[in-house]
Design a protein around this ligand. Structure first.
Ligand code: HEC
Length: 95
């Protein structure tokens, strides 16, 4: 038996931002990778417990930022009876 080492970028080529991306994009992606990809796909890569978040239309296009932040922190405060768990930890605001 052997264990093959691989990189996230090799396994998830369509969701990893390009190496030329800004630091805020890279930090945001690391947070997403740590906390969200276990339930969501981004460009089809990840886990499909929750909905895909980037296509056909990205959530950042049809959600206003303040409501998106509030939904992530406390989904029930925006949509009653939805199945997403609240995100309790502080994530650094990337702006
Ligand atoms: C334990 C699984 C789980 C985790 C972890 C999770 N989500 Fe979700 N998420 C869901 C589910 C399930 C839904 C669908 C909610 C519903 O409508 O019932 C959802 C819905 C959403 C939506 C609404 C999409 C739409 O417009 O319909 C957004 C945005 C979202 N999640 C973002 C995130 C972000 C960002 C993170 C990480 C901070 C995250 N989620 C972590 C399960 C999860």
């Amino acid at each position: 038996m052997s264990i093959e080492l691989t990189s996230f970028k090799r396994e998830y080529p369509h969701s990893t931002p390009p190496s030329t991306s800004s630091n805020s994009v890279k930090k945001g992606f690391l947070a997403f990778r740590q906390h969200c990809i276990k339930c969501h796909t981004l460009n089809g890569e990840g886990v499909s417990i929750g909905p895909e978040l980037n296509y056909a239309v990205s959530v950042t296009e049809y959600w206003q930022q303040k409501w998106l932040s509030r939904f992530i922190a406390n989904p029930q405060s925006v949509r009653v009876n939805n199945k997403m768990i609240p995100f309790y930890r502080d994530i650094e605001n990337q702006e």
